[in-house]
Design a binder for this molecule. Structure first.
Ligand code: FMN
Length: 177
């Protein structure tokens, strides 16, 4: 299968920050399979997204319902050209930075790495001050030193672009879409 025929695996975690922007990009692409963390599945509802609408748009959705992250076997089928994790919570960034892979999202990141599939991670906590959209209002957050340290650590990973703005995400995606 050549890269034009291959699909994009998109991991969505439990982040309200940049959720709307990520969802707009997902809907604009026509070759995306969506992988949800347990929190990602819940947070979609907080922001009034309905999975049925995504499925109607032809997006395949995989939820995190097995201990072994069964859908990761798709990464061995040579059907994905790219993994995008957007938005990525500080929790997921921390786990990935330290090589953990005990849930669906951290597992697809690990498997993408082991299969030489390029990854783009859109991290949430990348600056000392973040203004973000909570379900009912805007809030100002102050990511901890450990959150910023984990983000920097992940940036060192090979075959991985870690981006912090929507514009950076869009330009990293251009090469693959
Ligand atoms: C409405 C809502 C919005 C949230 N937004 C964020 C966020 O922007 N960034 C973040 O790091 N965590 C956020 N969280 C907390 C995460 O969902 C929580 O840490 C969860 O354990 C992350 O799991 P995951 O990384 O496996 O998706 C939010 C939680 C809720 C209920």
């Amino acid at each position: 299968m050549n890269d034009l025929e291959k699909r994009i695996a998109w991991g969505l975690t439990g982040s309200g920050h940049y959720l709307k922007e990520s969802m707009e990009i997902i809907k604009s692409l026509d070759n995306v399979d969506l992988f949800l963390s347990k929190a990602g599945y819940e947070v979609l509802k907080w922001y009034d997204y309905d999975l049925k609408d995504l499925k109607k748009d032809g997006i395949k959705v995989f939820k995190d319902v097995t201990a072994s992250s069964a859908p990761v076997s798709l990464f061995y089928e040579d059907i994905y050209k790219l993994l995008v994790i957007a938005p990525a919570t500080s929790n997921t960034v921390a786990q990935m930075a330290y090589g953990m892979s005990d849930n669906l999202i951290t597992n697809i990141f690990a498997q993408a790495g082991k299969c030489n599939i390029h990854s783009i991670v859109f991290a949430c906590d990348t600056e000392p001050v973040v203004i973000t959209e909570a379900p009912k209002k805007m809030v100002t957050l102050y990511p901890r030193e450990i959150d910023l340290k984990n983000y920097k650590l992940l940036k060192e990973f090979k075959n991985t672009d870690v981006v912090k703005h929507v514009t950076e995400l869009k330009s990293a995606l251009k090469k693959w879409t």
